[in-house]
Design a protein around this ligand. Structure first.
Ligand SMILES: [Zn+2]
Length: 239
């Protein structure tokens, strides 16, 4: 949810390392590799792109080794196979996929199952399309609802009304732009409601304070006093 960083890539051998660059008042470059397999690079404001690149090349071996180690200990969830019995998350609850032969129609939740009707049960791509469409629809409904709920609170603290965009993002739950647009990851609909509300409130507060300053956190504290607990719960989910 950092709004003060840009995503970049360095090539190391056959490998591409994606990282987020943050510039601030510092003398030396610092690299942080987190258990979520994220690489954050903190560089002096005055460093040129070439200098940052050269410094990163020197650290590339250490970065890849650390990433490999973390990946071994904390494997990311296996890619979905889209077969019956597989579980899918919605608002923090698990639902089992049930693929049935039948005329194609929109997927829907029935009890603890996510039903997909499809002409050919072996057509994994069609099943994935049906599941993705279901998630998109749910995301627009649910995220819109929680945005409204959070905005009711935030507006009392002088936060301007946002424009909401929902789309797939690879590495962030949410982001905001100075023009007042909040973008939420469609995958956010998978995590529990109290985590969704944390991301939404965090981004809403950025509309008034577009940084992670003291003023920003004081606003967030007023809008959502228990945000730390919510963030901790969210950090257990991986993008
Ligand atoms: Zn932020």
């Amino acid at each position: 949810m950092k709004t003060d960083s840009a995503k970049d890539v360095i090539q190391f051998g056959t490998r591409q390392i994606q990282y987020h660059l943050h510039r601030d008042d510092r003398k030396h470059l610092r690299v942080v590799v987190s258990p979520e397999l994220k690489v954050d690079v903190y560089a002096p404001k005055t460093a040129s792109d070439g200098q940052i690149h050269a410094a990163l090349k020197k650290k590339a071996h250490w970065i890849t080794r650390t990433l490999d180690k973390l990946e071994t200990y904390h494997p990311l969830p296996a890619p979905k196979r889209y077969v019956s019995g597989e579980t899918f998350l919605y608002l923090g609850r698990q639902y089992r996929l049930k693929v049935e032969n039948g005329l194609r129609q929109p997927a829907k939740l029935v009890g603890r199952f996510l039903w997909v009707w499809i002409e050919d049960k072996t057509d994994v791509h069609a099943i994935k399309r049906a599941v993705d469409a279901w998630y998109r629809k749910r995301a627009h409904e649910a995220l819109g609802r929680y945005m409204e709920k959070c905005y009711t609170i935030a507006s009392r603290h002088g936060v301007p009304e946002p424009l909401l965009v929902i789309r797939a993002m690879r590495r962030r739950w949410g982001s905001c732009s100075p023009s007042g647009r909040i973008t939420l990851n469609v995958k956010l609909v998978q995590v529990p409601v109290h985590c969704i509300e944390y991301v939404v409130m965090h981004e809403l507060c950025h509309l008034k304070n577009n940084n992670h300053s003291k003023a920003f956190y004081s606003l967030l504290n007023r809008c959502q006093p228990d945000w730390r607990k919510r963030k901790e719960a969210l950090d257990r989910f991986r993008l």
